[in-house]
Ligand binder design. Sequence first.
Ligand SMILES: C[S@@+](CC[C@H](N)C(=O)[O-])C[C@H]1O[C@@H](n2cnc3c(N)ncnc32)[C@H](O)[C@@H]1O
Length: 135
Amino acid sequence: MAAALAWPERVDLSGHRLMLDIGGGSGAHAIGAAQQWGKLRVIVFDLAPVCGLADEFISEHGLQDRIRTQVGDMWVDTFPPADLHFYSQIYHDWRPTGADSSHGKASRALSPAAALSSTRCCTTIARPARFLRRP
Ligand SMILES: C[S@@+](CC[C@H](N)C(=O)[O-])C[C@H]1O[C@@H](n2cnc3c(N)ncnc32)[C@H](O)[C@@H]1O
């Protein structure tokens, strides 16, 4: 949870309204981002059993009004609209072909003003998205 609380203090998300946390797991990063950025809403996109656990964790933090889960398979299903895609500890688990595929999908789903943000092991930047970096 420490990392999930740390990065939102260092990355400016003030220009974003809806973050899609792909493979969002427990929702820890969504919670960290929502706690830091009061106008931000987040969708945690993950497999069904994980979303159930994330819902509980999100409720424990009282953020169910701003964070919701969406069950989906990131390789198959269409991403819901968002102006920020977030990946944490996702790319290192799959071969580059898989990562490239997901990045291409993210690029197609994002608006030109949108951004990609990631922690750990991210090698490509989806255009026309810009990549958020720590200052
Ligand atoms: C290493 S965990 C990272 C969780 C979270 N992003 C974090 O950093 O704490 C990988 C996550 O990807 C999810 N995942 C695996 N395959 C997936 C798929 N096909 N579609 C959506 N999520 C998937 C897993 O359920 C898991 O929550």
